[in-house]
Write a protein of this length. Structure first.
Length: 94
């Protein structure tokens, strides 16, 4: 789940970058749809993070996949937050 959310978030940011380069004045509707997709993917990644934590605390489950899911989810959350922060800093300087 965390890999799907991470790859989808990366693709979403790539599509937004390409759209912004080709059509700088995009419509409000497209921005709203992109925002809703980003919120959904962030929520999906937070759920994957919670599942990773739950798997770690279960005794009869293998810990490897829980740790991998937790790690990937945390990387996606931090990466997304970093990209948003960089975007906000870049928009203030222009």
């Amino acid at each position: 789940m965390s890999l799907v959310a991470g790859i989808s978030m990366f693709l979403l940011f790539a599509v937004v970058g390409i759209m912004n380069a080709r059509h700088p004045g995009s419509s409000q509707e497209s921005k709203m749809v992109i925002g809703m997709v980003a919120i959904f993917l962030a929520f999906l990644d937070i759920v994957a993070f919670a599942f990773g934590i739950a798997t770690i605390f279960q005794k009869e489950q293998k810990k490897l996949f829980g740790i991998l899911g937790l790690t990937f989810s945390l990387l996606v959350i931090l990466g997304t937050g970093g990209l948003i922060t960089l975007g906000m800093i870049a928009s203030r300087s222009h």
